[in-house]
Ligand binder design. Structure first.
Ligand code: I6G
Length: 676
């Protein structure tokens, strides 16, 4: 009897899912690509003839045809944490000792180890085995819904295989771009004279941030799962390594290098083995992750701040390579600081092709004794901008040229001034200088400042180059008509940009202060200033002495603030911005004398469960306290968490007030800066 279309469709889906699994998860395909494509085409044909039989989980339904308007936010049911880092063997021993002390365990611990992929952390949510949602980590609590892009990644099953999975299963892992795919994609981009990605991690991030899944579908992305998150119902094994194996049985890809070891000597040996093989792995890794393998022990250990106590990431050291210095260019930043930038013969270091490195300042060039044409050692550590570490002696060509620091600004021709107490050389052109115009507008538009969507760096540069804008206030006079003259800016995008600028008019005082880009006034200082003075007028009228009363404001910052408020040009721009409708709600000013811990010095030592030490420090400062790094007779109170050592001993010797975490949290909540 002939099979019904429904039966054939189901059989094809089952076959395709199995082949996909064998190819992407087990790395052991049993059919050729051509055979796979043939099965897929047959399924597509049947679904085209019987559209009523199409289901969202069908292997044909990975790529949605309609781009999203915007990303939706997703609240993670369990926060997506980060990992503490260790940088040498000793720090691994320390981690292991802390774990064993907390668990009161004398014997060696069992650890699950695996490479730490240099990708983007994501969460997959399966309900009854069907992929329901894919989300980015975001800030750990709130991420972005990227389901449409996640569905395009072939190593992520749309339906789990087999049976026995919990009805609600959140799986976490890393989406990454394998090195070969990255190289091929960039080669193609170069050929087409399109933008190339600096490294596989950025390429993966950029691919996941597409509104149009058809673009993501063309990117060679993979996913590797490293843990479960929120789980409801069902039974999972009691060891982390067995949970990973179970995920693999359900069709999810896990790292083939994962291993279980006992004791720190084996952890370190695993690290050495992987470090040796790092270059031959088909993906970029930046370290090794160790996890206490017993889930029950993980639960007993719990978390500290934003990281689990039962896991640690051992990072690989910075990577170094040699290359040649081709030239030095001088870049002018937002505040006019002139930074020499080394242009290098491109070299592959730590998974990235490096062709530029910062030289910091004139003193650094002198310290290195650098000349154009020299062979140099380049170092790259993590995401840090590559550095020139040293010049290779004896390799200097005969025609090596001296590096001449310019006397005038390379962008606007204004005079350059050397700061009296530092190596920084600054262009005095201020907003006359196109480089400073561009950088200050980029900063103003950035996410943490006025958050003007669509006003990216490239567009700002175009707007300034075309002289459509010169300063921040000019943004508000932009019209669709004038924008339309810009190359590559479609009318719809011009309209969106004008609307985004209009939307950003309603802002907050801390954002506005930060957005102005006053030297050394970062987000935290802007918040402190806003909370302290409550409104713009009071801030502008504050004397240097009054500014010094604000948390975190020292003489240098106070001086920068006064210079800004005393500058007719800067204040004219602020007036114009406000006249263009930028507004905020004033805050309740907090007088210095009102702050409950004003004039007191506190010390935080040991570990806290509810927050990290930085957060504790910020909250104490919010209440008016100064937070010191060491205990002295001047200390008013010491907050001592578990693990407090010599500082606690000293506090006891001096008979100072000492409170534990519970007392500290109670104090914070009594002053309304923390909710218990
Ligand atoms: O960021 C991470 C990378 C790899 C992780 C992680 C991991 O395991 C191999 N594991 C955990 C538990 C966390 N982040 C929080």
């Amino acid at each position: 009897m002939a099979r019904t279309p429904q039966a054939e469709i189901e059989e094809l889906r089952e076959q395709l899912n199995q082949h996909n699994y064998r190819y992407h998860v087990l790395d052991a395909p049993t059919v050729s690509d051509a055979r796979y494509d043939k099965l897929l085409r047959r399924l597509q044909q049947l679904e085209q003839d019987h559209p009523e039989l199409i289901t969202p989980e069908s292997p044909t339904q990975r790529v949605g045809a309609i781009p999203l308007e915007q990303f939706q936010q997703v609240q993670h049911e369990l926060p997506m944490l980060s990992l503490d880092n260790a940088f040498d063997d000793q720090e691994i021993q320390d981690f292991d000792r802390r774990v064993r002390e907390r668990l009161d365990q004398d014997g060696e611990m069992e650890y699950a180890c695996e490479p730490k992929l240099d990708g983007i952390a994501v969460s997959l949510l399966y309900r009854d085995g069907q992929l329901q949602r894919g989300a980015t980590r975001g800030d750990g609590r709130t991420g972005e819904d990227i389901t449409h892009n996640i569905r395009t990644i072939a190593s992520i099953p749309l339906s789990l295989l087999g049976s026995g999975y919990p009805p609600v299963l959140e799986v976490r892992g890393e989406v990454y771009m394998p090195s070969a795919g990255f190289a091929a994609m960039n080669a193609q981009a170069r050929e087409r004279e399109e933008k190339v990605f600096v490294n596989p991690r950025n390429a993966a991030a950029g691919s996941l941030r597409q509104l149009d899944a058809r673009i993501t579908a063309q990117r060679p992305l993979e996913m590797c799962c490293y843990s479960v998150g929120w789980v409801e119902g069902g039974d999972l094994p009691s060891r982390h390594s067995d949970i990973l194996l179970r995920l693999q049985e359900w069709g999810l890809r896990i790292n083939a290098e994962s291993a279980v070891v006992v004791g720190t000597a084996a952890c370190i040996a695993y690290y050495r083995r992987l470090a040796e093989r790092r270059a031959e792995l088909p993906y970029a890794i930046d370290g090794i992750v160790y996890k206490v393998n017993e889930v029950a022990l993980q639960l007993r250990l719990g978390f500290i701040s934003r990281a689990p106590r039962w896991a640690v990431a051992r990072k690989f050291p910075a990577q170094e390579e040699t290359t040649r210095l081709l030239d030095v260019e001088f870049q002018v930043g937002r505040t006019g600081a002139v930074t020499p930038v080394a242009r290098l013969e491109p070299v592959f270091v730590g998974g990235v092709t490096v062709s530029n490195a910062t030289l910091h300042n004139r003193d650094e060039i002198q310290r290195l004794g650098l000349r154009i044409g020299d062979r140099v050692v380049i170092r790259r550590a993590g995401d840090v901008i590559p550095q020139v570490v040293s010049v290779i002696a004896g390799a200097r060509p005969a025609d090596a040229a001296e590096i001449v620091f310019p006397e005038l600004c390379p962008v606007c021709g204004s005079v350059l001034e050397q700061e009296p107490d530092g190596a920084v050389i600054r262009c005095i052109g201020g907003l006359v200088c196109a480089a400073q115009q561009k950088e200050s507008i980029k900063h103003y538009a950035s996410r943490k400042a006025m958050d003007i969507e669509g006003l990216g760096d490239k567009l700002v540069e175009q707007l300034v180059d075309e002289e459509l804008i010169h300063d921040l206030a000019d943004l508000y006079a932009l019209e669709v008509g004038s924008l339309a003259q810009l190359e590559r800016l479609a009318e719809k995008s011009a309209g969106n940009l004008v609307a985004a600028i209009a939307d950003s008019r309603a802002t907050s005082l801390p954002r506005f202060i930060y957005a102005l880009g006053i030297r050394e006034v970062g987000e935290a200082t802007a918040l402190n200033l806003a909370q302290h003075f409550g409104n713009w007028e009071a801030l502008v009228a504050a004397s240097e002495e009054q500014l010094l009363a604000v948390n975190d404001v020292g003489p240098v910052v106070a001086d920068h603030l006064r210079q800004f408020f005393d500058s007719v040009d800067s204040m004219q721009v602020v007036t114009e911005i406000r006249a263009a409708g930028v507004s905020w709600e004033d805050l309740e000013p907090r007088e210095v004398a009102d702050l409950p811990l004003q004039g007191q010095t506190w010390v935080v030592t040991g570990s806290l469960e509810a927050m990290g030490r930085l957060e504790a420090k910020a909250l104490l400062q919010q209440l008016g306290a100064k937070v010191a790094g060491s205990v002295s007779a001047k200390t008013h109170c010491v907050v001592a968490g578990p693990g407090a050592g010599s500082k606690l001993t000293r506090a006891r010797e001096l008979e100072l007030e000492v409170i534990d975490e519970a007392g500290f949290l109670a104090l914070l909540s009594s002053h309304g800066v923390y909710e218990e």
